[in-house]
Write a protein that binds this ligand. Structure first.
Ligand SMILES: [Zn+2]
Length: 396
């Protein structure tokens, strides 16, 4: 999800990462606070003080966002869900929870703790204000943080996916109907509606002359709308893939090579002409294995003519494999979690197929074509990217 993120430490075993966009948003916030908020709150303060307050408040806001995300993550951990990382980025923070909550109760408590933490932080900053009475700039910073945490809590309670309020709504509908997918659909539709509302409000603000505010609100609206939209897409794919198995979509005519050919021959005669990214290597009694382009890249070119595929293959026993009966949706989630592009399908110790993300997407397109009703021979309908679920992402 975040290719350019810097890990800055670990809390409760969770990696805390800063995406490059975080530096941009902290700078933007510090600037907005330094040139408009603090000068109006403390006219007597110098511009140097305004900038110092602006910078401290912007960084402190993200400390609060981090604490909010830690709230979600710790409750998820209590329910036994793995949380590999929290990333702070342009729109706040994302807790990457490795699996969806299993019950409405889990979904409810994982979601509601976030706004509760932000409300508590707002109250805390309000409470400590009198303690800062003698150092006036810091009162203004505390007041600003109390306000921003209150806004954060209330904004997140809007019942639109992927905001916390949307997850709370999903938990309630799920509890009432017992239908997870219908509940997700309802929360995501409201999420899209909220997104469009924010875009409209942002455009209206721009026309009223508040360019920066308007642009920012419209941008958040666009982000919410597209996040909710991809959740809907995800749910419709999950429904379509429902009962389908790996065997339905896997490639049985996967490229197979003998173990004694050299990497040079492999590249010249199989990789370049046919464009395959992986090969099943048969090594007689020594069994089988898989060799991929990334494995070949680990060998220096001058060694290609003298290195055989069998020497570089990963034996089946060491591979992460799936079985033909595994659910297609579960395997797609696994690929997303583990960041892999293809998985060998084995029966016993034999590789009987290969399943790549592209195979699943192709299969999904066919399912969509059929779901859309009878059409002349299933032609490739629409080639479009597809959001692979990366676990449970929480906006702050
Ligand atoms: Zn949250």
């Amino acid at each position: 999800m975040f290719r350019h993120a810097i890990p800055i430490g670990r809390i409760f075993g969770i990696s805390i990462d800063l995406d490059y966009s975080w530096f941009l948003i902290v700078g933007l916030f510090a600037w907005m606070l330094a040139v408009s908020y603090f000068p109006s709150e403390l006219p007597a303060a110098s511009s140097g003080q305004d900038w110092a307050m602006g910078f401290v408040a912007a960084v402190m806001l993200f400390v609060c966002v981090l604490i909010h995300e830690l709230g979600h993550s710790v409750v998820a951990q209590i329910y036994g869900l793995n949380v590999p990382r929290i990333t702070l980025f342009l729109f706040g923070g994302v807790s990457q929870i490795a699996a969806e909550p299993g019950t409405p109760g889990q979904e409810f408590w994982i979601a509601v703790i976030g706004p509760v933490v932000s409300l508590a932080l707002a109250a805390l900053f309000w409470e400590i204000e009198p303690l800062l009475a003698y150092i006036s700039p810091w009162i203004a910073v505390a007041e600003c943080l109390a306000l921003m945490n209150l806004v954060l809590a209330l904004f997140n309670l809007i019942p639109g996916f992927p905001l916390d309020g949307g997850r709370i709504l999903r938990a309630m509908v799920w509890r009432a109907t017992g239908a997870y997918q219908r509940a997700t659909g309802a929360a995501a539709v409201i999420g899209r509606f909220v997104g469009f509302l924010l875009i409209a409000f942002g455009i209206w603000e721009i026309f009223r002359g508040a360019l920066i505010d308007g642009l920012w609100i419209a941008f958040i609206g666009w982000y919410l709308e597209s996040a909710a939209g991809s959740q809907l897409q995800l749910e419709s794919a999950r429904t379509l893939m429902g009962q389908h198995r790996v065997a339905d979509a896997m490639r049985r005519d996967f490229p197979r090579i003998a173990g004694d050919i050299t990497l040079q021959t492999l590249v010249d005669h199989f990789v370049l002409p046919e464009g395959n990214h992986y090969f099943v290597v048969s090594e007689g009694n020594a069994g089988e294995g898989l060799i991929t382009l990334s494995t070949i890249h680990t060998v220096s070119r001058e060694m290609w003519p003298v290195t055989t595929a069998a020497q570089m293959m990963i034996p089946t026993a060491k591979l992460d494999t799936i079985t033909p009966d595994a659910g297609l949706w579960a395997v797609l989630e696994k690929m997303g979690r583990d960041g892999v592009n293809q998985l060998p399908v084995v029966e016993g110790s034999q590789i009987v197929g290969i399943l790549s993300r592209e195979d699943i997407l192709q299969y999904l397109r066919v399912l969509e074509a059929f779901a859309a009703g009878p059409r002349p021979a299933t032609s490739r309908v629409v080639r479009r990217g597809f959001p692979v679920s990366k676990g449970h992402s929480h906006l702050p």
